[in-house]
Design a protein around this ligand. Structure first.
Ligand code: 0WD
Length: 273
């Protein structure tokens, strides 16, 4: 029997097989979960690229539901949760793995971000957790779990992360407020703060390979995190294994977040050069 045998949930945010949501999904399926998925609606219905990419991944593993859903659209969200109710009756977990900022605004500087770019980034990256949670509550019973994905750039300045840092800060605060509100119902809300992983959206963040190198030299474990390690912590937070944890931001980053200065050997190398 798996950790998720008899459990049902919805996953938002698989773009392709590099997505963090996909790494978590593979583990969820392996542990016996029944899952519904959403993908970004395709602009050209004649060429459904988004749908095809998600369908190709999740259909062979037995996806119960695959729906287009733009989190900017309330009707899409209503339709998605109506379908989830019809298919599953109740939900035990929801994974929110969605973020977006227009490239021009993401490239910074923060003081020059456009009004519209700011609103759009916050709406897709933060408000979506609130609007998804609002609809999920109705289907969730005590013991259920909601998980979102965040990054250290929401706590500290990470050059290049720019407006997305502001979004992650708000997302982490949102996680805490939602945990407070849903705790009495026995529903948990947590965030997983992952170290850098090469995905579609991270490729838009400036100096990404430099960031990977920095983690290798500076994190206490002197390496980058692997997708399956993020996925393992993801299923921990979505499962009954984390039954007394809520409002938490769990760092899965080889310890990088605890460092306040580079390790001695890095400082030595810098002073020799
Ligand atoms: O290093 C990384 N990759 C890290 C990512 C480190 C720490 C955290 N994260 C976070 C991201 O900020 C995000 O919140 O993890 C989450 C997932 O990111 P990912 O797996 O790196 O990115 P990706 O595979 O691109 O999935 C994000 C997806 C979108 O992909 P694209 O690339 O097509 O924008 O979010 C979805 C979409 O599938 N998405 C939307 N879904 C519904 N409605 C929308 C929308 N409006 N916009 C984006």
């Amino acid at each position: 029997m798996g950790l998720f045998t008899g459990k049902k949930g919805m996953v938002f945010g698989i773009a392709n097989d590099h997505s963090i949501a996909w790494a978590i999904t593979e583990k969820l399926f392996a542990e016996g979960a029944e899952i519904g998925f959403t993908h970004l609606p395709d602009k050209d219905p004649e060429r459904p690229r988004m749908e095809r990419r998600v369908r190709k991944l999740v259909e062979p593993l037995g996806a119960k539901l695959i729906l287009p859903c733009d989190v900017q659209n309330d009707e899409d969200l209503d339709r998605t949760f109506a379908a989830a109710k019809e298919t599953f009756g109740e939900l035990d977990f929801v994974l929110h793995s969605i973020a977006y900022a227009p490239l021009g605004d993401l490239q910074g500087p923060v003081h020059a971000v456009s009004r519209d770019g700011f609103k759009l980034s916050m709406e897709i990256s933060v408000y979506s957790l609130m609007s998804i949670t609002h609809r999920a509550i109705e289907l969730m019973k005590p013991g259920s779990s909601i998980l979102t994905l965040t990054y250290l750039g929401g706590e500290k300045v990470i050059p290049g992360y720019n407006v997305m840092g502001l979004c992650k800060s708000a997302l982490e605060s949102c996680t805490e407020y939602l945990a407070h509100e849903l705790g009495p119902k026995g529903i948990r809300v947590n965030a997983l703060s992952a170290g850098p992983l090469k995905t579609l959206s991270s490729s838009a963040v400036g100096d990404f390979s430099l960031m990977m190198k920095l983690y290798e030299s500076m994190s206490p474990m002197r390496r980058n995190v692997l997708p399956e390690e993020v996925a393992n912590s993801g299923i921990y937070l979505l499962s009954d294994m984390s039954s007394a944890t809520t409002g938490e931001t769990l760092h899965v980053d080889c310890g990088y977040h605890v460092m306040g200065a580079p390790p001695a050997e890095m400082q030595q190398a810098n002073s020799n050069s």
